[in-house]
Design a protein. Structure first.
Length: 343
């Protein structure tokens, strides 16, 4: 892909997200979502392969359906109230439609089936964009409408996403699919807290993006695509291997790492709201996600791949390490002591 084409696509991605996040009219928000979708399609299909073509088709169909559903829900609300303002969604039918449309946009259960397949058919760089940047525009709509959406439905969908995100990742060997189910589980946490405390929802989203960016950049620099590939990471870059293991534990939400912050704050708020059964259910469901994070940590740091070489480190080319790893890795590990400042 030429530099000019790449620049246009990246600019379109940024423009679409900014239009959606900054607009209060449903039509402008819809335009931003469509711009986002159309900009990502060339990135998915640029590697000419039947798998990438399939992934691009699935992504286009699901995102187009979700955008149409968002536009339809806003039209239903405008028909009853005469208002196109995003923050004035007062009709029950339109709120239910909007909730399901956002679930489809974000890849949250029960509309999650497209996400693992699309990530698996994409390159690691494109999977990083879909898992992080593409969540910003729908999350901004969720932020603006969370108070009007049906709270019970948000709780149910959020808990279901955490459960399916953990359960689906257990039998996966492809790292992109594991990260897809990790995304489903983390967005479930975001959905659960969205109608209670929006600032914790934003904090959760930011920490998830930082953690996912760190993991994906490490996978890109080591060219790891399966669990088997992580066994050879220690022979190519011992320091990066240790940081990768700590980042995975942070993604699982273990203290004293940064990933513990959102889980701690969300469980505290659920307890304060007397939603003890929900807090217990999502805590138990998180153990499923933690299992495959621990399995990845084990294969990354505590196992060695079979080799016949006598040298300690295997011969390798110079690695292309992204400059973004320098700020994102410390942020994904060391934010817990400054939690009071973040909240």
């Amino acid at each position: 892909m030429s530099p000019l084409t790449s620049s246009i696509i990246i600019l379109s991605l940024a423009t679409g997200t900014i239009i959606t996040a900054s607009s209060y009219h449903w039509f402008m928000a819809w335009i931003g979502l469509e711009l986002n979708t159309l900009a990502v399609l060339p990135l998915i299909s640029k590697k000419y392969h039947p798998r990438s073509t399939e992934a691009a088709t699935k992504y286009f169909l699901t995102q187009a359906a979700a955008s149409a559903l968002i536009l339809f829900s806003s039209m239903v609300n405008a028909q009853y109230t005469g208002i196109w303002d995003i923050t004035q969604m007062t009709t029950t039918q339109s709120n239910i439609l909007l909730t399901m449309a956002l679930a489809l946009k974000l890849g949250i259960a029960p509309a999650h089936f497209w996400l693992p397949e699309v990530l698996q058919g994409s390159t690691l760089t494109t999977a990083l964009i879909i898992s992080t940047w593409q969540k910003l525009a729908p999350a901004s709509l969720l932020f603006m409408t969370a108070n009007n959406l049906p709270h019970t439905l948000l709780l149910i969908i959020g808990a279901l996403s955490i459960l399916i995100g953990g359960w689906g990742g257990l039998n996966q060997t492809q790292l992109r699919k594991i990260m897809a189910f990790s995304s489903i589980a983390h967005l479930g946490w975001i959905l659960i807290i969205s109608f209670m405390l929006t600032h914790i929802m934003v904090l959760n989203l930011i920490i998830y993006i930082i953690l996912s960016t760190t993991v994906f950049l490490t996978l890109i620099s080591t060219d790891s695509k399966t669990i088997k590939d992580t066994m050879t990471m220690s022979t190519t870059s011992p320091t990066q291997t240790i940081l990768m293991a700590l980042t995975l534990l942070s993604l699982g939400g273990l203290p004293p790492l940064s990933g513990f912050i959102p889980k701690w704050l969300i469980l505290e708020e659920l307890t304060n709201q007397n939603l003890i059964p929900s807090a217990f259910l999502i805590t138990m469901s998180t153990l499923l996600s933690l299992f495959f994070y621990l399995r990845l940590t084990y294969t990354t740091t505590l196992t060695l791949a079979p080799n016949t070489t006598t040298s300690t480190h295997k011969w390798r080319f110079k690695q292309q390490v992204s400059m973004l790893l320098s700020p994102t890795t410390p942020l994904s590990l060391l934010l817990l002591p400054i939690t009071p400042l973040l909240t």
